[in-house]
Design a protein around this ligand. Structure first.
Ligand SMILES: Cc1cc2nc3c(=O)[nH]c(=O)nc-3n(C[C@H](O)[C@H](O)[C@H](O)COP(=O)(O)OP(=O)(O)OC[C@H]3O[C@@H](n4cnc5c(N)ncnc54)[C@H](O)[C@@H]3O)c2cc1C
Length: 321
């Protein structure tokens, strides 16, 4: 079994990242190369705006390359989609730096300066698109976004007979529990089965493996005919929860932002990224969550110490259901 995202393992990675030092002045700097940041960068670059994307790891490393792939309008390969979005942005002229974590942000004289270990860029506008992985230097968001682990397993490719007995119709499914499960078939017919198996704020191999065991048990409960089926991939990622589970997008403290999709951003993030790009360019403001209040979560300063208690609460609710 591989401890990596099925999407990462089965899509060619983005291959056009900018080489050399991180430097220069841009109209817009986007922090984070997930769906939000890349959709914004593509939209901006298409309009002729000079845009740079700074990504701490690599394109699609965050939630965009780790999700369950549940979309309203069909099934896509999320790894290919995120790499394709980056390629489209680059084709329109966006500069995308990988391994370029922003470690400091300064503002003055109408300009922003963003420091990375590979150099510093300046920009007229900044879009923070770091979701559940938002660094502590953006304290405003860290106080409002609760990063929660969500985990997945992918089985070996299923036979036609197994699919007919489990997922006829090739739909995406979500159970109605508070701590529920979600599942769909992959393009090569694996069952991708996920859930908030544990209320954890960490996703690493140890945490993912523990959650993977819980998911195997849940899979066998829901689909007894697949009990014992080989699991080829196990992975996890962080989702950016808000207290009311509504996303937030707008402009605060001199920076633009879109985040807080609360586990439902696979489509919305692309949409909000494009909307924020238009807002930055001064086009018609189509932001559907503009002006929505966003108070800080009391007692929350970045590490969600209260998650185990929240987990117990929802488990109890599910039991009474
Ligand atoms: C396990 C899991 C399952 C999910 N399942 C679904 C689903 O089935 N359906 C659905 O609709 N949604 C789902 N989601 C949610 C969806 O994937 C996200 O809402 C969406 O991908 C968010 O995209 P994003 O671009 O805002 O953030 P991300 O894709 O997380 O991108 C943020 C990027 O910012 C980068 N970054 C962080 N700090 C810095 C820094 N200092 N400098 C530079 N870069 C930085 C990170 O490396 C990361 O690549 C799931 C999420 C997870 C984790």
């Amino acid at each position: 079994m591989q401890f990596q995202s099925y999407w990462h393992a089965t899509a060619p990675p983005f291959a056009e990242a900018a080489k050399g030092p991180v430097e220069g002045h841009y109209d817009v700097a986007v922090i984070g190369a997930g769906f939000t940041g890349l959709a914004a960068a593509r939209q901006l670059a298409k309009a002729g705006v000079m845009v740079v994307v700074l990504e701490a790891e690599r394109v699609g490393w965050g939630a965009s390359g780790r999700n369950g792939g549940h979309l309203n309008n069909g099934l896509a390969h999320m790894g290919r989609y995120v790499a394709g979005l980056a390629a489209a942005a680059a084709r329109h002229g966006a500069t995308i730096f990988e391994q370029a974590a922003v470690t400091a942000h300064r503002q003055g004289n109408g300009r922003h300066s963003l420091q990375t270990a590979r150099g510093t860029v300046t920009a007229d506008h900044v879009l923070v698109a770091t979701g559940a992985y938002t660094p502590s230097l953006f304290r405003y968001f860290r106080r409002r976004v609760i990063s929660v682990g969500s985990f997945l397993i992918a089985t070996r490719p299923l036979s036609d007979a197994e699919i007919a007995a489990t997922m006829p119709g090739n739909r995406t499914c979500v159970t109605s529990m508070n701590i529920g499960n979600y599942f769909r078939l992959s393009p090569d017919k694996r069952l991708i089965f996920g859930g908030r198996a544990r209320f954890s704020a960490t996703s690493d191999q140890r945490s993912d493996a523990k959650s993977g065991d819980i998911l195997r048990t849940s899979l066998a409960e829901i689909f007894p005919q697949l009990a014992g089926v080989e699991v080829d991939y196990c992975w996890g990622g962080l989702v950016d929860m808000t207290k009311d589970r509504y996303p937030r997008a707008g402009y605060v403290d001199g920076v633009w932002y879109a985040m807080g999709y609360s586990g439902h951003g696979a489509q919305l993030s692309t949409h909000l990224g494009m909307i924020m790009a238009d807002a930055i360019m001064g086009k018609t403001d189509r932001n559907p969550v503009k002006g929505l209040e966003w108070p800080a979560v009391p007692g929350h300063f970045g590490k969600p110490w209260f998650l185990p208690m929240v987990g117990l609460y929802y488990k109890a609710l599910d039991r009474f259901k």
